[in-house]
Design a protein around this ligand. Structure first.
Ligand SMILES: NC(=O)c1ccc[n+]([C@@H]2O[C@H](COP(=O)([O-])OP(=O)(O)OC[C@H]3O[C@@H](n4cnc5c(N)ncnc54)[C@H](OP(=O)(O)O)[C@@H]3O)[C@@H](O)[C@H]2O)c1
Length: 308
């Protein structure tokens, strides 16, 4: 396993995402955690809204049952999406009181005294950066949160937070060979093509310049949870290329996808949502595979993208 440095924390480049664990039994989840940690994964990604809070609750119970020492893992969770009991999203909320009470809820469900990294889940257009800064200062002073990041934010949205002296250490964004908006616009600057459209406002380059760790979510999916890119009928050329490289490197095609994301110097981490111990084991080898520049581009082009 390779590691990256996020604000002094040695974080695994492959992160176990826990969005889907509420669909599994506790022993099943414990098995994935054990498999992940034995492969070197030390970072876990959650959110207060996953499973309506159940994912945080289950994770808290699992690490307690497994007697994993709190200092042996990096716990990341998110807040800022307000949902009704029936699951409807009613607003994004970065107000001070909302953040403070959301974090108290996370700590309780996770059964822990502190969160290593708290991410603001989706940008709130009514954000007052000074209010967020005040919330973060209080959380840090009380020892409840060690570092702060964001998710799904453009460069200028992060810059807005920085105007209130907020230190952003990570940005979690959607990225996969079938979801490449972050790099498409960089290849097609100033052209009259759909790919030229800046969908994330130079977020990739901005995060690199400012040392903000980019984390890729839904690495194996396309669209907004539309399906798996490993679907050979939907993506025949891509899968042929993934299979070819899987054979070369002696791993699965899913692991090649992870190696492709980690080969990009802008991406510090990839977040897997697998709930299968076998898949976890197969994916974790990706952190030790270094694709060539030619291979990186051949995967990009195999989705039907063209270079100008
Ligand atoms: N910040 C955000 O807005 C945001 C949004 C979405 C997700 N996330 C985070 O990102 C994590 C990953 O997202 P995701 O679960 O949508 O993405 P993913 O890891 O690309 O997809 C996981 C799904 O793919 C399936 N899968 C099929 N074949 C697989 C294989 N060979 N290896 C691994 N998985 C395979 C998994 O099934 P099995 O369980 O059977 O392996 C699982 O259902 C989440 O857990 C969450 O932490 C963040």
């Amino acid at each position: 396993m390779e590691y990256c440095n996020i604000k002094g924390m040695r974080a695994s480049r492959i992160v176990m995402g826990c969005m889907r664990i509420a669909d599994k039994t506790l022993p099943e989840t414990e098995k994935v955690i054990v498999e992940a940690m034995s492969a070197g994964v030390n970072t876990f990604d959650l959110a207060d809204v996953y499973g309506g809070g159940d994912c945080e609750r289950i994770f808290g119970v699992a690490v307690r049952d497994l007697e994993i020492s709190r200092k042996d893992y990096i716990l990341q969770t998110k807040c800022g999406i307000a949902k009704e009991a029936d699951g409807r999203i009613t607003r994004f909320d970065f107000s001070k009181n909302y953040i403070l009470s959301a974090v108290d809820g996370c700590l309780k469900r996770l059964n822990t005294e502190y969160i290593d990294m708290l991410l603001l889940h989706r940008p709130d257009t009514l954000v007052e950066p000074e209010e967020v800064a005040a919330a973060f200062e209080k959380l840090q002073a009380e020892g409840k949160v060690r570092a702060f990041g964001v998710s799904n934010m453009s460069a200028m949205q992060i810059q807005l937070l920085k105007s209130a002296d907020i230190h952003v250490v990570a940005n979690q964004v959607q990225f996969s060979p079938a979801h490449t908006a972050l790099v498409d616009s960089g290849f097609n600057v100033n052209m009259y093509k759909d790919e030229s459209v800046q969908r994330a406002g130079d977020c990739l380059e901005y995060c690199r310049v400012h040392g903000i760790a980019l984390q890729a979510w839904s690495p194996l999916l396309y669209g907004f949870f539309e399906g798996s890119l490993l679907n050979k009928e939907r993506f025949p050329q891509l899968n042929a290329e993934l299979d070819r490289l899987a054979e070369k490197y002696g791993c699965t095609s899913a692991a090649i996808v992870f190696a492709w994301i980690l080969r990009h110097p802008g991406f510090s981490q990839v977040v897997t949502g697998t709930t299968s111990p076998q898949h976890m084991k197969e994916l974790c080898v990706a952190a030790d595979i270094k694709l060539t520049r030619e291979e990186w581009y051949s995967i990009y082009l195999s989705t039907g993208k063209v270079l100008p």
